[in-house]
Design a protein around this ligand. Sequence first.
Ligand SMILES: [Zn+2]
Length: 53
Amino acid sequence: MQYDPVCGKKLGKTEYHHEYHGKVYYFCSEDCLYEFMGNPGKYVKDDPHDSSC
Ligand SMILES: [Zn+2]
Protein backbone atom coordinates (compact mmCIF):
# COMPACT_ATOMS: atom_id res chain seq x y z
CA MET A 1 0.00 0.00 0.00
CA GLN A 2 1.33 3.41 -0.97
CA TYR A 3 0.75 6.63 0.89
CA ASP A 4 0.90 10.09 -0.50
CA PRO A 5 3.79 11.69 1.42
CA VAL A 6 2.33 15.17 1.00
CA CYS A 7 -1.23 14.78 2.22
CA GLY A 8 -0.95 11.31 3.79
CA LYS A 9 -3.78 9.78 1.78
CA LYS A 10 -3.84 6.08 1.09
CA LEU A 11 -3.35 5.51 -2.60
CA GLY A 12 -4.73 2.96 -4.96
CA LYS A 13 -3.58 3.19 -8.53
CA THR A 14 -2.22 6.58 -9.38
CA GLU A 15 -0.56 8.05 -12.41
CA TYR A 16 1.36 10.60 -10.37
CA HIS A 17 4.79 9.58 -9.27
CA HIS A 18 8.24 11.03 -8.88
CA GLU A 19 11.63 9.46 -8.31
CA TYR A 20 13.74 11.02 -5.61
CA HIS A 21 17.04 9.66 -4.23
CA GLY A 22 16.44 6.40 -6.07
CA LYS A 23 13.02 5.87 -4.54
CA VAL A 24 9.69 6.35 -6.25
CA TYR A 25 6.98 8.30 -4.46
CA TYR A 26 3.34 8.29 -5.42
CA PHE A 27 0.79 11.05 -5.16
CA CYS A 28 -2.97 11.38 -5.26
CA SER A 29 -2.93 14.39 -7.50
CA GLU A 30 -0.86 16.73 -9.58
CA ASP A 31 -1.04 19.26 -6.78
CA CYS A 32 0.65 16.93 -4.33
CA LEU A 33 3.20 15.91 -6.95
CA TYR A 34 4.22 19.49 -7.61
CA GLU A 35 4.22 20.31 -3.94
CA PHE A 36 6.62 17.41 -3.36
CA MET A 37 8.84 18.37 -6.29
CA GLY A 38 9.01 21.92 -4.99
CA ASN A 39 10.27 20.85 -1.58
CA PRO A 40 11.05 17.12 -1.38
CA GLY A 41 13.24 17.47 1.72
CA LYS A 42 10.17 18.48 3.67
CA TYR A 43 8.45 15.17 2.96
CA VAL A 44 11.34 12.72 2.82
CA LYS A 45 13.38 11.64 5.76
CA ASP A 46 16.96 11.58 4.57
CA ASP A 47 17.96 9.35 7.45
CA PRO A 48 18.02 5.81 6.00
CA HIS A 49 17.50 4.29 9.42
CA ASP A 50 14.18 4.47 11.12
CA SER A 51 15.23 5.79 14.49
CA SER A 52 12.52 4.40 16.68
CA CYS A 53 14.62 3.86 19.78
ZN1 LIG B 1 -2.18 14.04 -1.95
